[in-house]
Design a protein around this ligand. Structure first.
Ligand code: NAG
Ligand code: NAG
Length: 496
């Protein structure tokens, strides 16, 4: 029987979050929070709970679909250009005599940031380790849903369809998926570089800009009306509330530097805490702010992403629909035999892959859309930060009226709301993932499905008539169809 409680608990945080405790702030007090868990999309991989929410007693998983954000990168282009680079240049050009000769800020005298234009967007070495760890972790959690590890006979089984791992086509997604495969499969199945052996395991690249939804993991990249800039406006309104207070505090610590700082520079330093930790394992900037100031920047990101890819954008449920529909189809899978439907003979697929790999070629493009019938029981797909957020909206997660501040409620910009349900640090951190798990229970004919975000079960409001906050499969089936009808026509809302 598959229950989730046998998971190792301790190593989770140790692996991904560099150890930099204690976090001292300038008053000499120790921070209670670890800033790396409060940086939203810049947080390195971590599991917010100590262990994943177990299934209800006597229940067993049947199928799982997983949507996973890529692992930690050496910096994001936009954040670098808009925020970090101007700060890095400001410090580089500043008269050295303004820097303090002792204390926490002394490092400015010879600070050289590892965050550079040339390596932006590349998965960091630690990011690859984290993704490999995730592969092992997912294998531990869902072992019975994986193909067996043992070597098959030397005679190739032409009728076997490889187990597929889907990835969006950006390098950071592909690199993450390869590391995941290396962590989750034995080396004779993972292929040398994690591209899969093409026989048991196959990595499939899904083109980013494919317009037909069932082929794309990144519908926003094919959506002309999707944009990221307008969400900066409300976020910067909030920044204008908290950052001046930080600058004011810094006047007492580094007066000559503080005189030249603007709001964006405070944000830049807090971002650098995340990216420098990702790049080299530590950052001076993680030690310079109070708990309150970290919670303020976390709120900044939550405001921004509410509007960019959360409940504050009318596009979100449209752009979350494709993956959920595909996942529902895969979870429904009636298949018991080796072949795929649609008149497709699986060995064409195999041979295509094998010969492409032998030629040292690139990853195969999907011959079958992800919504074709696939035989496998676990369906992982790798993508960008936007997709788990869109999917959360489509599934109505964090939006129950029982929350004091449900995710769809407008976030005030003059104060921070601490008991809000929309916490993007828990949703879109690097390797953040949303799972849809289909399961059944002993002595019970019903089938159920539940949503799990980074190990924690979350209610799909409106689809919660199952055990322990899950949803009955039949209810889910209809509920998704209804929502897909309501938010189905994404191509028309995406036209400029
Ligand atoms: C997959 O998606 C395509 C395009 O929307 C649709 O025409 C087809 O019927 C879908 N296939 C299945 C099996 O749902
Ligand atoms: C979020 O909850 C509100 C209040 O219940 C509801 O009106 C709204 O439709 C929900 N949003 C989505 C995307 O389902």
């Amino acid at each position: 029987m598959l229950v989730l409680s046998f998971l190792p608990v301790l190593p989770l945080l140790a692996v991904a979050i560099p150890t930099q405790q204690p976090f001292l702030h300038p008053n000499g007090e120790t921070n209670k929070i670890n800033p790396l868990k409060h940086l939203s999309a810049i947080s390195p991989f971590y599991i917010p709970t100590e262990q994943p929410t177990p299934l209800p007693p006597n229940c067993e998983l049947d199928r799982v679909s997983l949507l996973i954000r890529h692992s930690s990168i050496m910096g994001n282009d936009d954040e670098f250009e808009q925020t970090m680079q101007p700060f890095i240049e400001k410090i580089g050009n500043m008269d050295q005599s303004k820097f303090p000769q002792e204390g926490l800020w002394k490092f400015l005298n010879d600070w050289d940031t590892p965050i550079k234009e040339e390596t932006l967007e590349a998965v960091s070495p630690q990011g690859k380790k984290d993704a490999k760890f995730l592969g092992k972790y997912i294998r531990d959690q869902y072992q019975p849903l994986f193909p067996p590890k043992k070597k098959t006979s030397t005679k190739k089984d032409k009728n076997k369809t490889p187990y597929k791992v889907w990835t969006a086509s950006s390098t950071r997604d592909i690199d993450t998926a390869k590391s995941y495969i290396k962590g989750g499969f034995p080396s004779h199945q993972s292929g040398d570089d994690g591209e899969g052996d093409g026989e048991v395991v196959q990595l499939v690249k899904v083109p980013n800009k494919a317009r037909d939804w069932d082929r794309s993991l990144t519908p926003h990249k094919a959506c002309d009306t999707f944009e990221k800039l307008s969400s900066l406006e409300p976020a910067n309104k909030w920044l204008a509330v908290y950052a001046p207070k930080v600058i004011e505090r810094l006047r007492g610590v580094i007066p000559k530097v503080a005189d030249e700082l603007i709001d964006q520079d405070i944000l830049a330093m807090q971002m650098l805490c995340g990216y420098e930790s990702i790049a080299v394992g530590h950052s001076h900037f993680c030690h310079l702010f109070t708990d309150e100031e970290w919670l303020d920047v976390e709120y900044y990101f939550d405001v921004r992403f509410h509007y960019m890819m959360g409940y504050g954008s009318s596009l979100s449920p449209y752009l979350g629909m494709p993956w959920v529909k595909t996942a529902k189809h895969l979870l429904a899978g009636k298949d018991t035999k080796g072949g795929d439907e649609d008149g497709h003979t699986p060995n064409q697929d195999d041979e295509g892959t094998l010969s492409a790999l032998k030629k040292g070629g690139k990853l195969p493009e999907p011959k079958l859309p992800p919504n074709a019938t696939h035989t496998q029981l676990l369906h992982p797909s790798f993508t960008h930060r936007e997709s788990p957020a869109f999917v959360a909206v489509f599934l109505n997660l964090f939006n129950s009226s029982s929350h004091s501040h449900p995710a769809s409620e407008i976030p005030p910009l003059d104060r921070r709301v601490d008991d809000r349900a929309w916490r993007t640090s828990h949703l879109v951190s690097f390797l953040g993932h949303v799972a849809l798990e289909r399961f059944h229970c002993k002595g019970d004919k019903e089938e159920y499905v539940r949503a799990v975000v980074n190990g924690r079960a979350e209610k799909m409001s409106g689809c919660e008539d199952g055990k322990e906050g899950s949803c009955r499969w039949k209810t889910f089936d209809n509920w998704v169809d209804e929502r897909a009808e309501r938010w189905g026509d994404w191509e028309s809302v995406c036209e400029k």
